[in-house]
Design a binder for this molecule. Structure first.
Ligand code: TXA
Ligand code: MG
Length: 315
């Protein structure tokens, strides 16, 4: 199948993006996972604005994006060997490493006041070009309002944030479509805080041992039980029960969209389409939980947990 070439921002747009970042503004940019909402990670006012636009609680840290592996030692300290191995193998790529933070760099707000910092090098040409042209680290959460579905196209970002973002760089749809895998390297051992674009199996293969996925979150937003939520209520259903449950909901007057066999790259677009179609309920069948399937199942479960708090009552 012929693929349409991804759009590439012009040099003039990149220059403007850098000017905006230097003056404390916000630039949304594509990464291979989801679109990020970028601010100068060293500027306290810029990071404060980032939190306001996201409506994000100030104690929830954001990821610091860097262009080079040396960013690990510029921002972190006491880096364990496992973190160096994973950075060497997976950067640039959809892997975020949490390490002890150097006290003398960056805006405190970036780390939500924590003694640790989350770092990653994105594998997306526009993101890397922006980081290199800016010459400093960029703090960037996903470019959606707190708790909602992450954006995987420039149009999603404009729809969510409108004029609250100074510039949106368009790099086409994100290739991976779910957020980076977050690996915490600060506890003596490594553990996965959030499943994502690098499968657990890949991390384990590189370290030559099993790696746990943390069940308790310490309040990190991507790991809150209720997150990534569309307006429609998301309900998880067994494949065997899909036909019966769909009929039951439809008979009760609900508009139902079914999500089964969805790939990571399309997950968030499908949830947004369900909202655009006016769905009351998204009936989701979880994929097998290997490879990227683990992240897809995780996001669907969190979306389901969010939907059960309010919204459409279950018939
Ligand atoms: O793929 C991604 O990671 C995207 C793109 C834009 O890079 N970014 C992203 O950012 O998903 P955000 O803010 O939506 O999620 C960041 C996650 C949150 O769960 C946050 O709590 C966690 O990273 N995090 C950041 N700093 C942390 C730290 N010091 N310790 C533990 N978790 C941290
Ligand atoms: Mg997010």
């Amino acid at each position: 199948m012929a693929r349409v070439a991804a759009p590439v921002p012009s040099d003039a747009e990149l220059t403007r993006a850098v000017e905006i970042l230097r003056s404390g503004g916000l630039v949304a940019f594509p990464t291979e996972t989801v679109y990020g909402l970028g601010a100068d990670a060293s500027s306290a006012p810029a990071v404060a604005r980032l939190y306001r636009v996201k409506s994000r609680p100030v104690d929830h840290p954001v990821i610091v994006h860097v262009a080079e592996i040396s960013g690990l030692d510029e921002w972190g300290c006491d880096i364990p060997d496992a973190a160096r191995v994973l950075a060497g193998v997976f950067w640039p790529g959809p892997l975020t490493l949490v390490v002890a933070r150097r006290a003398d760099v960056g805006a405190d707000a970036v780390t939500g006041g924590r003694p640790t910092v989350a770092l990653r090098i994105p594998a997306q040409p526009v993101a890397l070009a922006l980081l290199r042209a800016f010459g400093r680290a960029i703090a960037a959460p996903s470019a959606n309002r707190f708790g909602r579905v992450s954006p995987t196209t420039a149009a999603h970002v404009r729809h969510d944030l409108g004029s609250d973002v100074d510039l949106v760089l368009d790099g086409g749809p994100c290739a991976i479509g779910v957020e980076s895998t977050i690996v915490d390297c600060t506890m003596g051992d490594v553990r996965i805080l959030r499943t994502g674009g690098i499968p657990r199996e890949g991390v384990e293969a590189m370290l030559g041992r099993r790696v746990e996925v943390a069940t308790t979150s310490g309040g990190a937003p991507g790991t809150l039980p209720a997150h990534y939520a569309p307006d429609a209520r998301v309900e998880i259903v067994d494949a065997d029960d899909l036909t019966r449950r769909r009929a039951e909901l439809t008979d009760a007057g609900r508009r139902v969209v079914v999500l089964a066999g969805v790939e990571a790259a399309h997950l968030y677009a499908r949830l947004r389409e369900a909202d655009a179609a006016g769905a009351d309920v998204v009936l989701a069948v979880l994929p097998p939980e290997d490879g990227l399937g683990a992240a897809v199942a995780d996001r669907l479960r969190r979306a389901a947990a969010a939907g059960s708090i309010g919204g459409d009552p279950s018939p």
